[in-house]
Design a protein around this ligand. Structure first.
Ligand code: NI
Length: 244
């Protein structure tokens, strides 16, 4: 069930049986020469929708621009300042709180968002304490941390998973959006690794945008396996969180 494909009476009826909602959260940023700019948002959104449809829970719109200043050396990347993202997430949460939601599960598709998501959750709890708003609990989970997913990634891509433009995330988009997939040979086959600072430094260290990865291994069949495992774990974790 998707919020933006529902009417208000449907959401009102949903609130009589559950006070929990899942919000996918991602980023719009370069993912190497073959990865889609929307990869992080598309993965989180696809997993969220699949789980929400299978288990009958409500999934909100994708929060699809995040913390991507380090990718700004590559055309197409969009980013928010941390303060903008904290303010926007707090406004989304307070809107949902006003309607009676008591649990927000944020399913994240971009590791670079994590610090800011935690700060936003602190801001949301700050409102509970100081504005005496109704209690609202949050849980934030990276999709690759869902039960069984890391083990499956190690099995599928023992070499060249890396940490950006990974074969696992690009496999999920290959499965979900086969018409959008691009292919080309990449040199070196496995991208360099190193620290992440600002956009100019990033482009110097990682000239084609990948970090430690070989996304030419990505394929739709691996994506299907990852989706199946992640969705099963997401349904279980969301269900437990909704009742906690
Ligand atoms: Ni990514």
């Amino acid at each position: 069930m998707q919020l933006h494909l529902s009417s208000w009476p449907e959401v009102e009826a949903y609130l009589t049986r559950s006070k929990a909602i899942l919000i996918p959260i991602g980023s719009t940023e370069q993912h190497g020469p073959t990865g889609l700019l929307g990869t992080d948002a598309l993965c989180a959104e696809f997993l969220a929708r699949r789980a929400g449809d299978e288990a009958g829970f409500l999934v909100g719109p994708i929060f699809n621009v995040g913390q991507a200043q380090h990718h700004m050396g590559f055309p197409g990347t969009l980013t928010l300042r941390p303060s903008t993202m904290i303010a926007a997430m707090t406004d989304w949460a307070n809107s949902l709180r006003r309607h009676g939601f008591e649990r927000i599960y944020w399913l994240n598709g971009h590791g670079g968002n994590n610090g800011t998501i935690q700060a936003a959750i602190t801001a949301i709890y700050h409102d509970t304490t100081f504005a005496e708003a109704k209690a609202l609990r949050c849980l934030s989970r990276n999709w690759w941390e869902l039960a069984g997913v890391a083990e499956l990634i190690r099995e599928l891509f023992p070499v060249g998973e890396g940490s950006h433009a990974t074969p696992s995330e690009i496999s999920i988009t290959s499965y979900a959006f086969p018409e959008a997939i691009k292919r080309t040979d990449l040199i070196p086959k496995i991208a360099p690794v190193g620290p992440v600072f600002d956009a100019k430094d990033f482009r110097g260290r990682f000239p084609d945008g990948r970090i430690g990865s070989d996304p030419t291994q990505a394929n739709a069949s691996a994506g299907e396996k990852l989706v199946k495992t992640a969705v099963k774990a997401l349904i279980a974790e969301f269900g437990a969180f909704a009742k906690a």
